[in-house]
Design a protein around this ligand. Sequence first.
Ligand SMILES: *Cc1c(COP(=O)(O)O)cnc(C)c1O
Length: 400
Amino acid sequence: MSSFANSSLPDALGHFGPYGGRYVPETLMHPLQELEAEYVRAQQDPEFHKELQYYLRQFCGRPSPLYLAERLTRELGGARVYLKREDLIHTGAHKINNAIGQVLLARRMGKARVIAETGAGQHGVATATVAAMFGLKCVVYMGEVDCQRQSLNVYRMRMLGSEVVSVSAGQKTLKEAINEAMRDWVTNIRDTHYILGTAYGAHPYPLMVRNFQRVIGDEARRQILESEKRLPDLLVACVGGGSNAIGLFYPFLEDDSVKMLGVEAGGEGIIPERHAARFQGGSLGVLQGTRSYILQDENGQIQLTHSVSAGLDYAAVGPEHAWLRDAGRVEYSYATDDQALKAFSTLARLEGIIPALESSHAIAAVMERAPKMGKDQVIIANLSGRGDKDVAQAAAKLGM
Ligand SMILES: *Cc1c(COP(=O)(O)O)cnc(C)c1O
């Protein structure tokens, strides 16, 4: 018996211990219940699983490889480092695993229109892609600052036939984009499904998104058992809302020998308003539908956040991560902008792989941990996405 049994969480109301739940205006209760009911039906329907498997394989290109990074391993001189290559999945990040699952649910519910929020634009691109594929109308909300720093993805969404709404309220990043998406959903509930992009928000989203992303960990488990004939010693993933991390971690939670490290955005260091590391200075609160760790001031006002990577630049973290941290099952650290940029160019030069700036946070943590581990030990790092969208920004920062 494992000492850690997480498999019964969340409870029926979406609680992971004191976290999670459903904190939304009355008008959103019904659509969330409708979504939950359809999700439960779909989970029990073999046809749904068949369809999901089909598109993950034939459209997205799964399974993604588990690649031994030989030159990085040699350079670091410690544990053997494997990369789970979500960067090779269609559209270039893990986000499409969840977008495919949710668009299939939207179709089952007879919705003709989907909406999404996006930070770095990867979830927007994934949603625009699956909407095009099924001929659904699609609107993506994106903060004005993010539209500027990730303009490549704005063009991609438009090419795919989606409308991109640039949100100029507040800090003009992910939080405001989510507000606008929720406002749209309230207004257009009858024909619209909200494809939320991370393991966050009101129940059933954190549960549902985790289950759509666990394909990452399920595959990685099979693949490492095949190549190393044993389980890994350490899993590493970056944590924005937390979907790529929980997707990798979840299938290993009951394997006590497997340690896990989630890496948040340390920005310019742990100074208020200059980072997005919720477990460094965050506190319990409610934001955008759920209860979790949040960066807020003493009056409960949400603090400004900063990260070089748009996809990690958010004031709250998924409720399951808050629970896993309390339970001591997963350790959470952070990487600064500078450390992430260094990891970005290191991976590019040593392995021929340009990682997303988000994923570079996980690589930065690997660069710190691997040298302290034995040569017989094994790390799996989630390479959540590719860095094409980030090259202009990185070139400017690196003075190239
Ligand atoms: C969106 C994104 C993230 C952060 O989101 P999570 O839900 O925490 O995974 C990380 N990496 C990439 C490449 C992304 O696009």
